[in-house]
Design a protein around this ligand. Sequence first.
Ligand SMILES: Cc1ncc(COP(=O)(O)O)c(C=O)c1O
Length: 393
Amino acid sequence: MRFGRQMLDHWWLDRDATYLNHGTVGVTPRRVLDAQQAMREQIERHPARFLLRELMSLAPQAPAEPTRVRAAASRVAAFVGAAGDDLVFVDNASAGVNSVLRSLRLQAGDEIVLFDHAYGAVSRTAAFVAREHGARVVTLTLPFPLADASLPQRLLEPVLNARTRLVILDHVTSETALVLPLAQLAALCRAHGVPVLADGAHAPGAIPLDIPSLGVDWYVANMHKWAFAPRGCGLLWAAPGRRDGLHPPVISWGLDVGWHQEFDWTGTRDPTPFLCAPDGIDFITGFLGESTMHDYKHALARRAAQRLASLWGQPWETPDAMTGCMVTLPLPARLAHGDAAAAVRLKDWLLDERRIEVPVISRGDRLFVRVSAQVYNDDDDIERLAQAIDDAR
Ligand SMILES: Cc1ncc(COP(=O)(O)O)c(C=O)c1O
């Protein structure tokens, strides 16, 4: 299998563009969209039967034959090392995070701990839940760029205390694209008796994943980013003992019946993103080759980091174990400083003038770019970005 530009045949992406932002909202392969369309046609032949009889069951006991949503959950679970019964679908990672945070029974003075690399929508949800209960969010500052893999652990340990009700940990941070040592951090939290919500929005399909081995209490992820599901497919995995009192963001007919019943039906909606998640998995395992795909993306991301860092006069010191298939780099000195508006201006210029889609991020007063490496990208894309940054004023 030859990866790189010729792989674009498998996507609808604009061929004139350089798309270095797979991570943001995913890009669905054509064959998955075809499967989704076929599934929609199947639904429309008899929507009531499909949605109300075949899709899910609200009965307290599981039916003899797994429902369609449970069958899809089993396929997705196997892909992330889990059992189907331990996983439910949610529309996206935001919905999964909202489920867990809004199900917490917090009291005044309780603390939720997270790093300042947490996704903005997640930290806002934590802030919302905390303020409803008189609790507070403790935000730990993790320097970036980060060369020391043990620093997250050293920062986290001193703040864990009897008031800590939850630690929220990214598996892969969004803006800074760091693969955090989640299992070690979760072990530390466990040793202090503090539950962990892991945000793996960028993990399935981006890095090899075995959720139960991580030792977290809840794991939220997106299948629509790197695992090629149609957009609108998230998952929520919960450890045994962490499902009681866990509710979806939308309460519906399954309330108090069981956690599958509560999450498998949250009102009438399009179930095809969940049901076609296995088609995205098949694209990886049956067509691209799972380990070949991981190796290509990881190597391209690392080459991109080394090449751009050396061009831009910076060392690339992020440990390899903390690098997945995205890398975030400080811009060269000439463009290094700016606020959020400057980041938007440069991002727009890259898109409007050079047809390059890549996020430009402002953290503090520093500007960074985050490069996604997907199988349809290659070194030429990185050179086009390097040239464009060279030309940007
Ligand atoms: C780390 C992280 N968490 C959560 C989300 C939210 O994902 P979604 O918009 O699919 O809910 C994102 C989205 O990029 C993310 O990067």
